[in-house]
Design a protein around this ligand. Structure first.
Ligand code: DX5
Ligand code: ZN
Length: 231
């Protein structure tokens, strides 16, 4: 278990019914979801297309919990402003799309607008790449400037994929870095997570679990969210 004792759930609407987003999001919130995870895909950075700022703006009108926007796109810098205007509360940029220096710059810009900034790494990111990137961003933007580090536990692009066990190593490495540096960022994990494996992943140091299929396709959504949180 890492810095945070409580495990939060960010419900990924990729597995929701897009025709009934409002009622599905309400169902997730009522079940105890702490955030709504919005997967933005552009068909370039990942081989799939999902939604843009317009949908975030609509969701913002009724959502009661923060909107956690995961950008899996190229030219990330061009889309920060539209997502901020749409009402994103947390914006996550991908290391693999932006690189180190640009990630730092974009995150600085996000923070200056009063929004929480996060960085995501693919499951095959090397430990040294993660550490080097985090160290650079924290040196450049300041201690505790990173709200969240998202460690992908599947390759981004699609919901409903199987959890990649080797990706747990990245959680462990990031958790020790957080401890050593006495940093406050949250560790978020995303992909293939549900009641069966959430506990091991939380124990490795993750404290925000993204779950799409396991939440929106659950027979009992209340039980599912409770089980993922381990409470
Ligand atoms: C994958 C997305 C995930 C995905 C998670 O590219 O970033 O957020 O929707 O879905 P599940 O929980 O179904 O693996
Ligand atoms: Zn995601």
């Amino acid at each position: 278990m890492g810095r945070y004792n409580e495990t939060l759930v960010s419900a990924s609407i990729l597995a929701a019914d897009f025709g009934n987003l409002e009622s599905d999001i309400k169902r997730a919130e009522d079940a105890g979801a702490d955030m709504i995870h919005v997967d933005v895909m552009d068909g370039h950075f990942v081989p799939n297309i999902t939604i843009g700022p317009g949908v975030v703006e609509s969701i913002k009108k009724f959502a009661r919990v923060p909107l956690d926007v995961h950008l899996m796109i190229e030219n990330t810098e061009n889309f920060i402003e539209p997502f901020i205007e749409a009402g994103a509360d947390i914006i996550t940029v991908h290391y693999e799309s932006c690189g180190i220096e640009n990630s730092a710059r974009i995150m600085e810009h996000i923070i200056k607008q009063g929004i929480k900034a996060a960085i995501a790494f693919n499951p095959n990111a090397k430990h040294s790449e993660i550490i080097e990137a985090l160290d650079y961003i924290l040196t450049k933007n300041g201690e505790n400037s990173i709200y969240m580090v998202l460690l992908m536990t599947v390759f981004p692009g699609f919901g409903g994929q199987g959890f990649i066990p080797e990706s747990l190593e990245n959680v462990i490495v990031t958790e020790s870095f957080r401890e050593e540096r006495n940093e406050t960022f949250h560790i978020q994990v995303d992909g293939g997570i549900g009641p069966d494996n959430a506990r091991d992943i939380s124990e490795a140091g993750a404290d925000i679990i993204v779950a799409g299929t396991a939440v929106f396709r659950a027979l009992n959504i209340v039980e599912a969210v409770k089980a993922i949180k381990g409470s």
